[in-house]
Design a protein around this ligand. Structure first.
Ligand code: SAH
Ligand code: SF4
Ligand code: F3S
Length: 465
C-alpha cells in the first residue's frame, strides 16, 4: 500500500511556500505553466498552478510576461519529447533578457535520468527539473532557485508516496479531472509510462469521494476519473475496494453530473465493473477501452494479456441492453514485427466493432522499453499503413455520425466556437463534439440538441427546449 506523504513533510512544504510568498509579495510576479501530454499531466498542472498561486504568483496571460515558467512534459512518443525540448529551447531568450526569471521542467520526460542529465548539461538556464511524484515539493524547489541555490535535478523515489491535500487551480468551472490512482504496473512493451510514473498507487476511496462531493456541490457537471488503468483501482489498498465499488459509491452522490473513466485496461475489465458502467446513467453513455492491435500475436508481443476474443466479449457485454454506448479506443500502427497480415487484422476488427473515435498512433520507439530493441519496421511502411488505417476509420466515423441525424442528445456546453459569434461547441454524454447556434450562452450547462448535420469530423445541431 502506498503511503501518504507525512504531515510533517507537508507542513515543511507549507513553510517553503510561505517563505517564497514573503520574498515576492507585492511585486506582481507572474507564473506560466506549459502542459504537454495526457489528462494526468493536465491535472498535475492544475495542482502546480495552485501551488504557484499560494506562493504569491499571479497567473500570466502569456509566457513572455512570466517570472516563473514551468514546462510539464510528456514522453509517450518521440514527437512529445521534441516539442518539450523546442519549448524549453525558446525559453532561453527570456532568461537571457531577464536573468531573474525561474525556469523549471517536470513531468514524464524529466522523470528519465538520461533526459534530466541532458537538460542539466545542455540547457544551462533551466533552474530545476523534478519527477512526476514530487510536485508537492515545488515550493522547496522554487525557493532554492530564488535564493540562487544550486541548480537541482530531482528524480523520483523508487517507491513514491501520494500527496493529499494539494489544491487544484482548475481550468474549467464545470469539467474536472480527479486522479483516483497514479502509476502503472503493466509494462506494455512499447510504453514508457511505468518507468516515469512508478508503480500503481490508489488514493483512498474516502479522499476521492470527498473531492467529488465538493466538486458537485460547486457545480461541476462532468468528472473524469484518471488513472493509467482504473480497472485495477484499489488492489493496493488495505480493504481492497474495486472500481465497481467506487462507481457505486459515486452514484450515491446527489446532483446532475456525468462520469468518464480514463483509462481502462481490457485485461482487468471485470463483469462487476462492466455492470457498474452500464447500470448508471452517469457512465453508461461512453466507454474508452484501448485495443492497441487487432492481432493476437502483436498483443502478445505488446504484453497486453488479452486476446481479440476476450476483447470482443467485453464489447459485446458493454453493448448488451445498451446499444447506443459510444465506444472509443487507442490503436498503435507499426509495432515492431507487425506484418501486413497483422495490420489487416487490425483493420478487420475496427470494421467489426465500429468505434466512434480512435486515437491512433504510429509506433514510436522509447529508449528503455523492451520494444525499443525489437526489430523495427521501416518508417515509410508505418506511415503508409497509418494512412490506410485513417481512411478506413474516417468512413466508419462518418457512417456513425450520420446515424445520429435527427436524434436528440443532452450536451454539456463548452462555450463559443472560434470565428463565429453565435456558434457554440459542446459534448454529448458520449463525449462527441456537437456545434450549435444560440443567442443565449449556456456554457457549463446541459442542454438538449437535435443533430441536423453530420460529416466525418463534425456534428451540428439545434437547441431543443
Ligand atoms: N494507460 C493507458 C494509456 C496511456 S498512453 C492505457 O493503457 O490505455 C496512451 C496511448 O498512447 C496508449 O494507449 C497507446 O496507444 C499510445 N502509446 C503508448 N506508447 C506508445 C508508443 N511508444 N508509440 C506510439 N503510441 C504509444
Ligand atoms: Fe502504458 Fe500499458 Fe501502462 Fe497503459 S497500461 S500506461 S499502455 S504500460
Ligand atoms: Fe505522456 Fe506521461 Fe501522460 S508520458 S501520456 S504525460 S503519463
Amino acid at each position: 500500500m502506498a503511503s501518504l506523504v507525512s504531515k510533517e513533510e507537508m507542513l515543511k512544504q507549507e513553510k517553503y511556500i510561505a517563505t517564497v510568498n514573503s520574498l515576492i509579495k507585492g511585486q506582481g510576479k507572474k507564473a506560466f505553466v506549459y502542459t504537454l501530454g495526457c489528462q494526468q499531466n493536465e491535472a498535475d498542472s492544475e495542482r502546480i498552478m495552485a501551488l504557484l498561486l499560494k506562493m504569491g504568483y499571479e497567473k500570466a496571460q502569456d509566457e513572455k510576461e512570466a517570472d516563473i515558467l514551468i514546462v510539464n512534459t510528456c514522453a509517450i512518443r518521440d514527437h512529445a519529447e521534441k516539442r518539450a525540448l523546442s519549448i524549453i529551447g525558446r525559453f532561453k531568450h527570456y532568461k537571457v533578457a531577464r536573468p531573474d526569471i525561474v525556469i523549471g521542467v517536470c513531468g514524464c520526460m524529466t522523470a528519465q535520468k538520461h533526459r534530466a542529465d541532458h537538460l542539466k548539461h545542455s540547457y544551462h538556464y533551466v533552474d530545476f527539473t523534478f519527477g512526476t511524484s514530487m510536485l508537492h515539493r515545488l515550493g522547496e524547489f522554487v525557493l532554492s532557485a530564488l535564493n540562487k541555490g544550486k541548480r537541482a535535478f530531482y528524480l523520483d523515489e523508487a517507491t513514491p508516496e501520494i500527496a493529499e491535500g494539494i489544491p487544484h487551480e482548475r481550468e474549467s468551472t464545470y469539467r474536472a479531472w480527479v486522479s483516483i490512482m497514479y502509476g502503472c504496473n503493466n509494462f506494455c512493451t512499447y510504453c514508457i509510462v511505468p518507468y516515469v510514473r512508478g508503480r500503481e498507487r490508489s488514493r483512498k476511496m474516502c479522499d476521492i469521494l470527498a473531492e467529488i462531493k465538493d466538486l458537485v456541490k460547486r457545480g461541476y457537471r462532468e468528472i473524469t476519473l484518471l488513472g493509467q488503468n482504473v480497472n485495477s483501482y484499489g488492489k493496493d489498498l488495505e480493504d481492497k475496494p474495486t472500481i465497481a465499488n467506487l462507481l457505486n459509491e459515486i452514484n450515491k452522490i446527489e446532483g446532475d453530473f456525468i462520469i468518464h473513466l480514463m483509462t481502462s485496461h481490457p485485461k482487468d475489465a471485470s463483469k462487476e465493473m462492466i455492470e457498474a458502467i452500464k447500470s448508471s446513467k452517469r457512465t453508461k453513455s461512453h466507454f474508452h477501452l484501448p485495443l492497441q492491435s487487432g492481432s493476437d500475436d502483436i498483443l502478445t508481443k505488446m504484453n497486453r494479456h488479452y486476446d481479440i476474443e476476450r476483447y470482443l466479449g467485453i464489447i459485446e457485454r458493454l453493448r448488451e441492453n445498451n446499444p447506443d454506448i459510444v465506444l472509443t479506443t487507442d490503436i498503435i500502427v507499426g509495432f515492431p514485427g507487425e506484418t501486413e497480415e497483422d495490420f489487416q487484422k487490425t483493420l478487420d476488427i475496427i470494421k467489426k466493432v465500429e468505434f466512434d473515435t480512435i486515437y491512433s498512433f504510429i509506433y514510436s520507439p522509447r529508449q528503455g522499453t523492451p520494444a525499443y530493441s525489437m526489430e523495427q519496421i521501416p518508417e515509410e511502411i508505418k506511415h503508409e499503413r497509418y494512412e490506410r488505417f485513417c481512411q478506413v476509420q474516417n468512413e466508419i466515423a462518418n457512417k456513425l455520425n450520420q446515424k445520429m441525424l435527427n436524434k436528440v442528445y443532452r450536451v454539456l456546453v463548452d462555450g463559443k466556437s472560434k470565428g463565429n459569434e453565435k456558434m457554440y461547441t459542446s459534448r454529448t454524454e458520449g463525449n462527441k463534439i456537437v456545434h450549435f447556434e444560440s443567442d443565449t450562452d449556456y456554457t457549463g450547462k446541459f442542454v438538449n440538441v437535435k443533430i441536423t448535420r453530420a460529416d466525418t469530423f463534425n456534428l451540428f445541431g439545434e437547441i431543443i427546449n
